[in-house]
Write a protein that binds this ligand. Structure first.
Ligand code: C2E
Ligand code: MG
Ligand code: MG
Ligand code: MG
Length: 282
């Protein structure tokens, strides 16, 4: 994992290289403190609804403002959180922060659907739907303003329990998205039996679709199947205008990617949204 492409900085702790021991204990203690004492912050990346040309939602992406090491990205600490049993606490924190932000935005007339990423341990926790419902109620946010993004691999671990948890979330009115679709081994036919609302195609296909007929075919066929199954189709990782146009021409529902905007701190996102609203074109 240390050599994983796209890593933007050193990991806080590398399970593979250091094994267990004092270094790991320190990293776990630091992360626990970060979760408890508010060192985790969220950046928000806009999701553009192609049909309306409007940003109707944002994805919340966790960052760790580390006192000595600066801003850390999730690939530096998510694995450690999972393996150290800190994921339930991390997700609670992230959800709480995202919903507080959503409430603050709606108080100022900004209605956005917020997407939050969840992990395998969340989906095997049968109390999770109640926890999510409780946080929504506490912040006075309607369930329809929340989407939880789950990865395919996560759905393979304890299928029956995961399906029960997803069903509980859907009953509460929360949207569920299958994230990074196409990177795992499950078929869309299987995923379609799950109670989900959105399918998010992995950026590896999106990135290459304008230069590769194979990728384009995967995008097109996945989109058609998603629509036939009544799912919202989202393309992540659109990095250039040609790709955004191609996705729009194919009938893609929602586009997310650097071409539109990278993930931004909340104040910067608000400024960005303001500039867009007043711009005469684009
Ligand atoms: P993801 O959910 O698939 O999120 C998309 C990732 O792609 C984000 O990286 C985002 O910054 C990046 N991205 C967005 N647009 C583009 C683009 O046009 N090109 C490229 N190359 N990349 C783009 P980030 O923020 O580093 O997050 C990485 C992963 O960490 C996320 O992947 C998600 O699986 C996980 N993650 C992030 N926040 C949380 C969280 O709060 N909880 C959990 N459990 N996992 C999280
Ligand atoms: Mg995601
Ligand atoms: Mg994704
Ligand atoms: Mg991804």
């Amino acid at each position: 994992y240390a050599a994983k492409a796209g890593r933007r900085g050193p990991v806080v702790y590398d399970e593979q290289r250091h094994g267990s021991g004092r270094h790991r204990l320190e990293a776990v203690a630091q992360l626990r403190r970060a979760i408890d004492e508010g060192e985790l912050t969220l950046h928000y990346q806009p999701k553009l609804r192609v049909a309306t040309g409007r940003v109707e939602g944002v994805e919340a992406l966790v960052r760790w403002q580390h006192p000595e090491r600066g801003l850390l990205f999730p690939d530096a600490f998510i694995e450690l959180a999972e393996s150290a049993g800190l994921m339930a606490a991390l997700t609670s924190r992230v959800l709480d922060t995202a919903l507080a932000q959503r409430r603050e935005w709606s108080d100022r007339g900004l209605e956005l659907v917020v997407s939050v990423n969840v992990s395998p341990s969340n989906l095997v926790d049968e109390r999770f739907p109640d926890e999510a419902a409780g946080l929504l109620a506490r912040h006075g946010v309607p369930a329809t303003a929340l989407v939880l993004e789950v990865t395919e691999s996560l759905l393979m671990e304890d299928r029956e329990r995961a399906v029960r948890v997803l069903a509980g979330l859907r009953e509460a009115g929360v949207g569920v998205s299958i994230d990074d679709y196409g990177t795992g081994y499950s078929s869309l036919a299987y995923l379609a039996t799950l109670p989900v609302t959105e399918l998010k195609l992995d950026r590896t296909f999106v990135r290459t679709m304008t230069g590769s007929a194979r990728s384009a075919a995967i995008v097109t066929s996945t989109l058609q199947l998603a629509h036939a199954l009544g799912l919202v189709f989202v393309a992540e990782g659109a990095e250039d205008p040609v790709t955004v146009e191609a996705l729009a021409a194919l009938g893609c529902d929602v586009v997310q990617g650097y071409q539109l905007s990278p993930p931004l701190p909340p104040e910067q996102l608000e400024r960005w949204l303001g500039t867009r609203a007043t711009a005469s074109v684009g």
